[in-house]
Design a protein around this ligand. Structure first.
Ligand code: PMP
Length: 363
């Protein structure tokens, strides 16, 4: 068996120890003589497992007690609908969205089905460099029911390294590609959500961290499974939850704890990203990154080759060297190295070595 360094944006590389543990436990989980995927979700074993996983998230992310932790089936896209359905009301259908890339744009399009959506700010491009608008330029509506933004745009590789201040208006964050990458202060947000298939585990559920007061009466036509209150009242088991995905995420969050928690993981992530951005900058005649250095993503390093015609060759040779899935998103082109928690520093070192060598051979 030989495993590659997989730079996929998601589903993404998983920690090898976690894969081994899942393999070991596959046929017989905790002496029950069955796999966790064969176990009923209403029994005491699964109930205590999901409680333990919630407790682990509370510990790792320092989630205050006035927040609910929910495991919602479906991807982060489900939240593009759940957020407006639950946070808008017949009395107030106004919400602010900050549009900084493909994912926040999709969130806007979906929210417009339910409310009056104001795009308060957008990414700017100055002399070919993409940058995020400072909050002083945002056109926020003080009457908005909430402000939605995407701290890290997975496709564009652009990230807010500051948390917007929205006063009394709840801040909603799509942290699909940034959750667990470094410590955050949950109390600055009204609602955080993140699809599982990057830093949390494998695809199948979305983690939603919802402040108590935002669990309200949703719009009248909200489907039963899109109502946060139903998930809160039934402890994420209103219907059959994606049990294996939740179990697997539990292994991953324990692994994060064993690594030393988000402080240690965050420091490692900063080191990893710096190595790649430094490499791109030091070979600026060959590789380009068009993101303002103040907004460069920690998890998704986008770059392109100055000589675009070499891109296919670059990707082919990288794959042969065991460095896979470096192709940029189909809508963005170029290259992207997604370097979530499970990507070891050795993978970054190998990629840097390969990029330097490729530039030398083709420069
Ligand atoms: N938001 C962001 C920031 C994402 O990166 C993604 C997926 N890459 C999504 C939302 C959509 O997630 P899903 O495919 O789980 O619906």
């Amino acid at each position: 068996m030989s495993r590659v360094f997989n730079f996929s944006a998601g589903p993404a590389m998983m920690p090898e120890e976690v894969l081994h543990q899942a393999q070991e436990e596959m046929l017989d989980w905790h002496g029950l003589g069955m796999s966790i995927m064969e176990l009923g979700h209403r029994g005491p074993e699964f109930q205590s497992l999901i409680e333990q996983i919630e407790a682990d998230y509370r510990e790792v992310l320092a989630i205050p007690s006035n927040y609910h932790v929910l495991f919602v089936a479906g991807g982060a896209t489900t939240q593009f609908s759940m957020v407006p359905l639950n946070l808008l009301s017949e009395q107030n259908k106004q919400a602010d969205y900050v549009e900084t890339g493909i994912w926040s744009h999709k969130a806007v399009v979906e929210a417009k089905r339910y409310g009056e959506i104001n795009v308060a700010a957008m990414t700017k491009t100055v002399h070919g460099i993409h940058t995020l608008p400072p909050q002083s330029e945002w056109q926020l509506n003080p009457q908005a029911a909430y402000v939605h933004y995407t701290p890290n745009e997975t496709v564009g590789g652009i990230e807010f390294h500051w948390v917007p201040k929205t006063g009394k208006v709840p801040l909603v964050a799509d942290m699909t590609s940034s959750i667990l990458s470094q410590p955050i202060d949950v109390s600055q947000f009204g609602l955080i959500y993140a699809g599982a298939q990057k830093n949390l585990g494998h695809a199948g559920f979305t983690l939603a961290i919802v402040r108590e007061d935002l669990v309200r009466e949703p719009l009248w036509f909200t489907p039963v499974l899109y109502n946060y209150r139903n998930h809160v009242e039934h402890k994420s088991c209103y219907n059959t939850p994606p049990t294996y995905a939740i179990y697997f995420a539990g292994l991953v969050v324990s692994w994060v704890k064993k690594q030393g928690g988000l402080k240690v993981v965050g420091q490692r992530n900063h080191r990893k990203a710096k190595k790649l951005y430094d490499c791109i900058e030091q070979h600026a005649d060959f590789y380009v990154n068009k993101i303002d250095p103040a907004c460069r993503a920690l998890m998704n390093v986008v770059f392109s080759l100055k000589r675009e015609e070499l891109t296919e060759e670059f990707l082919n040779q990288a794959t042969q060297a065991g460095l896979t899935n470096l192709r940029g998103h189909r809508d963005a082109g170029g290259c992207r190295a997604s370097i979530y928690n499970a990507m070891p520093e050795a993978g970054i070192d190998r990629l840097v070595e390969f990029m330097v060598d490729f530039a030398k051979r083709n420069g």
